[in-house]
Design a protein around this ligand. Structure first.
Ligand code: CDM
Ligand code: ATP
Length: 299
């Protein structure tokens, strides 16, 4: 018997970043939107002990040792329930690795839900969310999907209403960016300035609730964008190529280097993706829609 769970990637439609806290993290007003690019995590009993395998275009960059977030998730659930994590986790990865789309977080949430079903632990949702938060700031959102406002370091979630379907294009860059390195660059760029406390934008929340793409485009912000551009200046060319091709707005996805383009409709999204691919400023461009559901058991 095995259990397969599908988990979405995310884009941050607002990422307001406060000053570094004493623990090194940053307080956020983080408006997450789950998008229709997915990883699938399959859990199968493995009597000989834990095993981890991975397939997909970026599989070579995924650590297959115990540092893998999916393996850590299985271990955390097993420990809490006095079980051995005797499971084979197989990751079918479609979310770019180190791309700012929470791919590792998706695998962690997927592994947790898959092992919970496989082992019959039936952990309450609150317990799963607690384990998620221990694993990483983005992991709770990967579990819940849809749209949510994340505060604290992004792990405390309030679900948000989304009144329609949004059309997105994602330009996947060559190579990844390290999330801690991007936050460090944010600290360097803001050194000596008064970084305001992060606040969610009412105009943005209202655009989401109405499903109004033009209004959402006018309110998208990412405080990590200057840091990602500073570490990877060529991303400016990708953003420009997407804007020129008809995107309503262009921004870096989370810590990057994936860039995100909001389109008014599916036909424009397809044109923007084709133009981005032809521009030679990215590895590949993908179209998708949002919101997408959170971690979902497929079988
Ligand atoms: C950029 C985002 O993806 C936006 O959603 C997240 O803030 C990052 O979330 P994540 O990858 O789950 O991050 P974590 O695994 O919790 O932390 C990795 C590192 O990112 C930095 N970090 C992360 C979250 C946060 N609120 N402040 C931070 O400064 C810290 O250096 C931390 O050591
Ligand atoms: N299951 C996993 N999949 C991908 N990377 C993983 C996984 N587990 C651990 N990692 C490590 O985490 C690093 C970040 O990978 P990930 O794909 O989660 O980045 P990201 O999408 O930029 O994250 P975020 O958007 O949450 O900041 C990788 O370089 C890799 O070393």
């Amino acid at each position: 018997m095995s259990v397969t769970v599908r988990v979405p990637a995310k884009v941050n439609v607002q990422l307001a970043v406060g000053a570094a806290r004493p623990d090194g993290f940053h307080d956020l007003a983080n408006v997450f939107l789950a998008v229709g690019l997915y990883d699938e995590v399959t859990a199968t009993p493995s009597p000989d002990g834990p095993r981890l395998t991975c397939e997909g275009p970026d599989a070579g960059q995924v650590p297959l040792d115990e540092s893998n977030l999916a393996a850590r998730a299985a271990r955390a659930l097993a420990e809490r329930h006095g079980l051995e994590p005797a499971v084979h986790l197989h990751l079918a990865k479609d979310i770019p690795v180190a791309g700012g789309m929470a791919g590792g977080s998706a695998d962690a949430a997927g592994a947790l839900v898959a092992c919970d079903a496989l082992w019959g632990t039936r952990a309450p949702r609150e317990e799963l969310l607690e384990i998620c938060a221990e694993l990483g700031s983005d992991v709770p959102f990967s579990l819940v999907g849809g749209a949510a406002l994340g505060t604290g370091r992004g792990e405390r979630l309030r679900p948000l209403e989304v009144g329609g379907t949004f059309h997105w294009v994602f330009a996947v860059a060559e190579g990844g960016l390290s999330t801690p390195a991007v936050y460090r660059e944010f600290d360097r760029l803001t050194e000596g300035t008064d970084v305001p406390g992060p606040v969610a934008s009412e105009a943005l929340l209202s655009a989401l609730a109405k499903g109004d793409a033009a209004a959402l485009a006018a309110t998208l912000t990412n405080d990590l964008q200057p840091a990602a551009l500073s570490l990877r200046p060529a991303l400016a060319d990708t953003l420009e190529a997407g804007r020129t091709a008809g995107a309503l707005a262009a921004l870096v996805s989370g810590s990057g280097p994936t860039t995100a383009f909001l389109a008014p409709d599916a036909a424009t999204a397809a044109r923007v993706a084709a133009a981005l691919t032809a521009s030679g400023t990215c590895r590949t461009a993908r179209t998708t829609t949002a919101p997408a559901p959170g971690a979902t058991v497929l079988s």
